[in-house]
Design a protein around this ligand. Structure first.
Ligand code: AHG
Ligand code: MN
Ligand code: MN
Ligand code: MN
Length: 334
């Protein structure tokens, strides 16, 4: 049997090399991995168990929830709230911070999560995922909002699980980015992609083009130049992808480079951005930077933003270093 390094073995070995997190951190990651294996099972079975389609309810985001938005949220909460490792949680699907029930012990970690990212894809059988961000809290207390509203720079861990043709977990604890593929035969995440690095150059962009009339000039300028191909100032022919699933776009960029943009738009002054800082932008920013990429709003580094609300939205531009730096320059010149 080849030496298949499991997620648990990898985390313990990383802790030996980089002491700083505790045994309860390893246990917390295992709890999250167990929840995601369960989510993978539900996502893979789909209509066989009647979990597709709309739940006819609306979340705090103003989105109509899919049944699986709610099911996956409940799987995450019930996998984590009893463990004694958390001081609190936050979820895309729940308005307020999620307190640990009084009869359970409190721990020193906070988890913010998007239980089902890209959920508009679930009924058309396209890739979806779960995104999580881990902060350290004050020990053994009920976390309050201020414990959560910390810069992304303070994350101790960020990861996502992509439920695609294979189920994969991508993880960083601040020492590079590693990816694990779920071995369905033994029910373990196995290390398959060690120390992932994003190519600094790219000729592939991901953006929802239907929002073009709402973009700011720097983004208009950049996309127009991409579409001019070799005749334009960028001097190369670009390819476009849009999967409408952040986890799938980020994983593609980790494997072959690229730039993803969900920029500011003037469509809705109350909600000038779509993606959420605490459980989408921050965890992805930590992962992207740890893999040698850049992650910005166009005007500031995502990980430097001081949050004001757990459901705060931000413009998100991430990917290959040199390409994202060009966009930042265009914002500065604007
Ligand atoms: P979620 O399904 O968790 O609400 O997130 C969906 C996000 C993100 O995954 C994706 O990149 C983006 O929404 C797609 O937005 P459009 O549907 O507007 O293209
Ligand atoms: Mn949603
Ligand atoms: Mn999402
Ligand atoms: Mn979601």
């Amino acid at each position: 049997m080849t030496n298949k390094v499991t997620l648990t073995q990898f985390i313990i070995e990383q802790q030996r090399e980089f002491p700083g997190t505790s045994g309860s951190f390893t246990a917390l990651l295992n709890d999250i991995a167990t929840a995601c294996k369960k989510i993978s099972h539900y996502v893979n079975r789909g209509e066989l168990i009647g979990v597709l389609g709309s739940a006819e309810s609306e979340n705090v985001q103003g989105e109509v929830q899919k049944k699986l938005d709610i099911i996956t949220n409940d799987i995450m909460v019930s996998a984590l709230n009893w463990t004694g490792r958390l001081a609190g949680m936050a979820s895309e699907e729940i308005d307020e911070m999620i307190k640990i029930p009084g009869h359970y012990p409190k721990g020193k970690y906070l988890v913010a999560f998007d239980p089902l990212d890209g959920s508009s894809n679930i009924d058309v059988n396209l890739a979806v995922g779960t995104i999580f961000s881990i902060l350290r809290s004050r020990e053994g207390i009920d976390a309050d909002l201020q414990d959560f509203l910390r810069k992304g720079e303070e994350q101790v861990c960020a990861g996502f699980v992509l439920y695609g043709p294979s189920t994969m977990m991508v993880l960083t604890t601040g020492h590079g980015v590693n990816a694990f593929t779920l071995d369905q035969d033994i029910g373990e995440f196995i290390l398959t992609h060690r120390d992932m690095r994003i190519p600094e150059e790219t000729a592939e962009f991901a953006i929802n083009m239907t929002n073009q009339r709402f973009w700011e000039p720097p983004v208009q300028r950049y996309i127009a130049e991409c579409l001019q191909g070799t005749e334009g100032p960028l001097g190369k022919n670009y390819n476009m992808r849009w999967i409408a699933s952040l986890v799938a776009e980020v994983y593609r960029i980790l494997t072959r480079g690229g730039i993803f943009m969900y920029p500011l738009d003037c469509r809705n002054p109350e909600k000038p951005a779509k993606l959420r800082l605490m459980y989408e932008a921050n965890p992805m920013a930590f992962i992207i930077e740890q893999a040698g990429g850049v992650c910005t709003t166009g005007r500031e580094r995502i990980l430097d933003i001081k949050p004001t609300d757990i459901h705060q939205r931000v413009p998100l531009i991430l990917g290959s270093k040199h390409e994202v730096e060009r966009i930042v320059r265009y914002h500065q010149e604007n």
